[in-house]
Design a binder for this molecule. Structure first.
Ligand code: NAP
Length: 301
C-alpha cells in the first residue's frame, strides 16, 4: 500500500523525495548540535580532499554546505594530486589525535599510487563517519546496526523507513556488491527487525531481469545508466536507484545530465521510486551529518 508522499502526475509511482527528507533529518540534527554545543562540544567534521577530481570537489562542497545547515564545524584539508601515501597517513594520524575532531572523511578516490584501503583502516573507528572501517563493517555483519553505518546504505534504509515500507518477508534484490553500497545494504535489509530475504546480484549474475521480476524491492547500485529496465519490475515494487551517471544530453547547455541506473520508464510500473538526482544522493549527505553528530555524542559516553 502506498503511503503519503510526493507524487508526480506523469508517473504512477510515489517518488521518494530524498532531498526533502534529507533536509528534515538535518533539521533534527541541528537541534542535537545545539544541545551538544550547550555541553561545550562542537561537532567537527574534517574532510581530506586530495587531488583535482572535479566530481570530488563538488561532493566535498555539498558536504560543507550540509555542515553549515546543521551547525557542524567543518575543516577542509586540501592536498595536492602528488601527495604521498605517507603524507596522507600522517594527516589521518594527526586528525585521530585531535580531540576537537569527531569525524574524519577521506574523499574517494584518493590519487593514483595511494592505497585507499590502508588509509580507511588507519582512521580511528570512533571517528569513521564514512562507516567503511573494518571494525564498523564487522559490527554490521554481527547484527549491530547502532554504530557508524556506511552513509549511502543508511540513507536508503532511512528512506524506506520514512515511507513506512514494510519489508518483513519481502523479496529484495540488491544489484551491486561493493563494500560501500551493495554489501552493507544487503546486510541491513536482511537484519533482524527489517527481515527482507535478500538476493545480491552482480556483473556475473545470470538473468538478473528474471530475479528482479519476483522482487518487492530492487536496489540498483551499479554505475551504468538504464541497466534496470521497466519490464524487470513487478507492478507496485519499490525501486531505489543509487546510481549516479553522467550521460550525454544535447538538449542541455552543458551537453550532459545526471542519470541513475534505472530506466525512467520504470516509474510507470513501480509503487515507489527514487528520482536521480534528488533521491539517494541528498540522503547520503544527511547520513554523513548524522554520523558526525553521533560520533560527537559518543565522545561524551
Ligand atoms: P562499484 O564499486 O563500481 O560496484 C558496482 C557493482 O555493480 C559491482 O558489484 C558490479 O559487479 C555490479 N555491476 C556492474 N555491471 C553490472 C551489470 N551489468 N549487472 C549487474 N551488476 C553489475 O560502484 P559503487 O561504488 O557501489 O557505486 C554504484 C553506483 O552508485 C555508481 O553510479 C556510484 O556513482 C553510485 N553511488 C551513489 C551514491 C549516492 O550518494 N547516491 C553513493 C555511492 C555510490 P562486480 O562486483 O561483479 O564487478
Amino acid at each position: 500500500m502506498k503511503d503519503e508522499g510526493v507524487c508526480a502526475s506523469s508517473v504512477s509511482a510515489v517518488l521518494l523525495d530524498g532531498k526533502s527528507l534529507g533536509l528534515r533529518i538535518e533539521g533534527e540534527l541541528a537541534e542535537r548540535v545545539t544541545s551538544l554545543k550547550s555541553l561545550g562540544i562542537e561537532p567537527h567534521l574534517a574532510v581530506v580532499l586530495a587531488g583535482n577530481d572535479p566530481a570530488s570537489h563538488v561532493y566535498v562542497r555539498n558536504k560543507e554546505r550540509a555542515c553549515e545547515r546543521t551547525g557542524i564545524r567543518s575543516t577542509l584539508i586540501d592536498l595536492p594530486e602528488n601527495v604521498s601515501q605517507e603524507e596522507l597517513m600522517q594527516v589521518v594520524a594527526d586528525l585521530n589525535a585531535d580531540d576537537t575532531v569527531h569525524g574524519i572523511l577521506v574523499q574517494s578516490p584518493t590519487p593514483a599510487g595511494t592505497n585507499e584501503l590502508e588509509i580507511t583502516e588507519a582512521i580511528d573507528p570512533t571517528k569513521d563517519v564514512d562507516g567503511f572501517h573494518p571494525m564498523n563493517l564487522g559490527r554490521l555483519v554481527m547484527g549491530q546496526s547502532d554504530g557508524l553505518l556506511p552513509c549511502t546504505p543508511a540513507g536508503v534504509m532511512a528512506m524506506i523507513a520514512d515511507a513506512k515500507i514494510d519489508l518483513i518477508g519481502a523479496k529484495a534484490v540488491v544489484i551491486g556488491r561493493s563494500r560501500i553500497v551493495g554489501m552493507p545494504l544487503a546486510l541491513l535489509l536482511a537484519q533482524k527487525g527489517i527481515d527482507a530475504t535478500v538476493t545480491i546480484a552482480h556483473s556475473r549474475t545470470q538473468d538478473a531481469a528474471k530475479i528482479c521480476r519476483e522482487a518487492d524491492l530492487i536496489v540498483a547500485a551499479i554505475g551504468r545508466p538504464a541497466t534496470v529496465m521497466a519490464d524487470w519490475i513487478k507492478p507496485g515494487a519499490t525501486v531505489i536507484d543509487v546510481g549516479i551517471n553522467r550521460v550525454v544530453d544535447e538538449s542541455r547547455d552543458s551537453g550532459s545530465r545526471l542519470a541513475g541506473d534505472v530506466d525512467p520508464a520504470a516509474a510507470e510500473i513501480a509503487g515507489y521510486i527514487t528520482p536521480v538526482p534528488g533521491g539517494v544522493g541528498p540522503m547520503t549527505i544527511a547520513m554523513l551529518m548524522s554520523n558526525t553528530v553521533r560520533a560527537a555524542e559518543m565522545s561524551l559516553e
